[in-house]
Ligand binder design. Structure first.
Ligand code: NAD
Length: 359
């Protein structure tokens, strides 16, 4: 039996999460998986109901689960709030409580979506199918000291990039494991020509590479890598990088796939309960219109089957179902580019994917 905590959140979160659960139930039936779902409010929805965006009870419910399926949190109703009421802080705290250390984003351009990609067809002709694995526990966003001050020379602000070798090593080990399950290629991007922390990063990745001679390892300076990723995406399989670089390139890479609504992610925990969510936010501008693309959320559920529930076959079935629905010409508004493509709503897209799973 697998316990899944479902946290739909705000905005389009509930609309897309409903479709992912629908698809998971179809996979459960087909693969005789006993999936038990518990639904919980989080973010603005929980703040409105109970006055806080995340409760200790919710953290415990997530910890007791095998995985967390997370929609998105936030919206204009709450974005003006200050700490500790900030709705986005609920997600940051939940990640910390679950000891998340790596963010895995899967970028794939499905056949038929070439016209929706922001990149010219000759650049993507070789295909787009790679993972960015971003270090999530340290780096520029967490390093101390971090402050602002008034000085005689003007206002001064300081952030610190800090890495310990063990933080780089555990991420690199996971990256090599992923590469071995995929096409056996790992690219490490950092800024070793300018940053001491990146020189440590490169050294540690080299050490781990020495223990993984079967994986083809390459180092790239992140600025050149950012350009190459868009110009020659087919060269990449698994890419590992420090926190801030992964944050930036993780959004950059989304334009290859056709829509931010197509990209799933996993937040991998050291303690066992990982969190699965699409990379986009709560998209309040399209909330309640039935036009949100649920595929990023559905593919996040597939990542959950692959990386938390030990059901790679179920994940493959979802990937194939999504590919076939797109091949058949069905599109939500964000990925529809021509009149020949049939426009479908959020729930119709979920129905189509679930139906392909049952076929
Ligand atoms: P967003 O990702 O929600 O939306 C950006 C644009 O992409 C919007 O035009 C939106 O309509 C579109 N879009 C996003 N997902 C889509 C989908 N599945 N289908 C079709 N179109 C989609 O970013 P934003 O507008 O800057 O943020 C909205 C709210 O979400 C804010 O409150 C922000 O703080 C929050 N947010 C939450 C998370 C999270 O929960 N992980 C992440 C990012 C932003």
């Amino acid at each position: 039996m697998h316990h899944i905590a479902v946290l739909p959140g705000d905005g389009i979160g509930p609309e897309i999460t409903r479709e992912a659960v629908k698809v998971l139930k179809a996979v459960g039936e087909r693969h005789q998986l006993d999936l038990v779902f518990s639904h919980h409010l989080v973010g603005g929805a929980l703040l409105d109901a109970q006055g806080v965006a995340l409760t200790d009870e919710l953290v415990e419910a997530c910890r007791r689960s095998d995985a967390v399926l997370f929609g998105a949190v936030g919206g204009p109703k709450w974005d003006h709030l200050d700490m500790p009421d900030r709705v986005d802080h609920a997600l940051i705290r939940l990640r910390q409580e679950l000891s998340v250390y790596a963010n895995l984003r899967q970028f794939r351009l499905y056949a038929g979506l070439e016209d929706a990609s922001a990149v010219k067809s000759d650049r993507i002709a070789g295909g787009v199918d790679f993972i960015i694995l971003r270090e999530l526990s340290s780096g520029a966003y967490y390093g101390q000291p971090k402050f602002r001050e008034e000085t005689p020379r003007g206002r001064r602000a300081v952030d610190t990039i800090e890495y310990f070798d063990f933080q780089v090593e555990r991420l690199a080990r996971y990256g090599f494991e992923l590469a071995r399950q995929r096409r056996g290629k790992l690219t490490s991007m950092s800024k070793w020509n300018a940053l001491e922390s990146s020189r440590l990063w490169r050294d540690v990745v080299e050490e781990v590479a020495g223990q993984n001679p079967d994986v083809d390892t390459r180092h790239e300076i992140v600025d050149a890598g950012a350009m190459n990723l868009i110009q020659r995406p087919a060269e990449y399989d698994v890419i590992i990088m420090p926190n801030m670089f992964g944050d930036i390139l993780g959004d950059e890479a989304a334009v290859l796939t056709g829509s931010i609504g197509m990209v799933p992610s996993a937040e991998i925990s050291l303690d066992g309960t990982s969190l699965y969510e699409p990379i986009h936010g709560s998209a309040n501008d399209i909330e309640g219109k039935g036009i949100a693309n649920p595929i990023g959320m559905i593919l996040s559920a597939a990542l959950m089957l692959r990386y938390s529930l030990d059901c790679p076959d179920g994940a493959d079935v979802i990937d194939r179902a999504v590919a076939r629905v797109i091949e058949d010409g069905y599109r939500t508004a964000d990925i529809r580019r021509s009149p020949g493509q049939q426009r479908v709503s959020t729930s119709e897209m979920g129905d189509l994917v679930a139906a392909k799973i049952n076929e």
